[in-house]
Design a protein around this ligand. Structure first.
Ligand code: ZN
Length: 313
């Protein structure tokens, strides 16, 4: 039993042009830090498979998928999909590998071949809508993973926890009013994508945080809003939309978190997972745009995941 770590070389080839914050260096910074700390020696490492069309179709429209699959992008060409999202010749493959990583991770924890998993992949996914790309996201990997756990593995209750600085509007759209899913989010509010802050829905726990919010209020939000809802819901698996752009050094986000906050959230989610879900956690990278802070934050998160009960003695 162990922690699985999944990535793919094509996730370093998706490139939306110099100066774009969602850049290949994000993944190389993570790999470098994981190796520098020696965490890689304890991880079971996999190369992501391509997500299959029928897996993507569980949350995305066939029209959207067909349009993307028919698109031809030449070397050195960038095709815009959204104001801040574009495709180079490797992007579609990267997005399919990023999503396939989460599907493989779900399979690994469901087969009890791993306690938990982290997918070091890009592009991110949580803004992607059923029928369009948005906010650096092409396919909604965490949503495809949740749908895979529900449809292919027959689970009845999945939690999706999202601590990215941005509200995960795409994922929320896909599962709002789906009583098989509880979604817990913390995010800066008001902030892009300007949704979520004041909406209420029985399966969406939305905790909007004012610009400048730091560790204390973030940790309180997790403890007082997420954890009681999760314990009442009793998820059979927890998926994490692990965005690290609420870090104080992030150039896009305006929150004031540090690495330990991510370790804290991870520990509390692991306790819930151990109580209700046989420890099953599948976490996938969303945002995080300061490569140094991102590397350290992911390392803090993965270091906690490695402390699954079997490793604790
Ligand atoms: Zn973000």
């Amino acid at each position: 039993m162990t922690t699985v770590f999944i990535t793919h070389p094509d996730c370093l080839k998706h490139d939306m042009g110099s100066g774009h914050p969602e850049a290949p260096v994000r993944i190389s910074a993570i790999l470098k830090e994981i190796e520098a700390l020696g965490l890689n020696q304890h991880l079971k490492q996999y190369i992501a498979p391509l997500a299959r069309k029928e897996e993507l179709e569980r949350v995305h429209s066939s029209d959207y998928l067909e349009a993307l699959f028919e698109m031809k992008v030449e070397e050195h060409e960038l095709v815009p999909l959204d104001g801040d999202t574009s495709l180079n010749t490797y992007s579609l493959a990267a997005a399919r590998y990023a999503t396939g990583a989460v599907v493989l991770a779900v399979d690994q924890v469901m087969r009890a071949e791993a306690d938990n998993a982290f997918c070091a992949v890009r592009p991110p996914g949580h803004h992607a809508l059923p029928n369009r790309a948005m906010g650096f996201c092409i396919f909604n990997a965490v949503a495809v993973g949740a749908a895979h756990a529900l449809e292919a593995w027959g689970l009845d209750r999945i939690a999706i926890c999202d601590f990215d600085v941005h509200y995960g509007n795409g994922t929320a759209d896909m599962f709002v009013n789906d009583r098989r899913v509880l979604m817990c989010q913390t995010f800066q509010h008001p902030f892009y994508p300007y949704q979520g802050g004041n909406t209420y829905n029985p399966n969406m726990i939305n905790v909007g945080l004012k610009s400048g919010t730091g560790s204390l209020k973030f940790q309180e939000a997790i403890e007082q809003h997420w954890i009681p809802a999760l314990n009442e819901f009793k998820p059979q698996m927890i998926l994490i939309s692990a965005g690290f752009d609420a870090h104080r050094d992030d150039p896009l986000g305006g929150l004031d978190l540090v690495e330990e906050d991510y370790a804290f959230a991870t520990r509390l989610l692991m306790e819930v997972a151990e109580t209700h879900a046989a420890g099953r956690i599948v976490s996938t990278l969303e945002g995080g745009y300061n490569p140094v802070a991102l590397g350290r934050s992911v390392a803090a998160h993965v270091n906690e995941l490695l402390k699954a009960p079997i490793h604790r003695h």
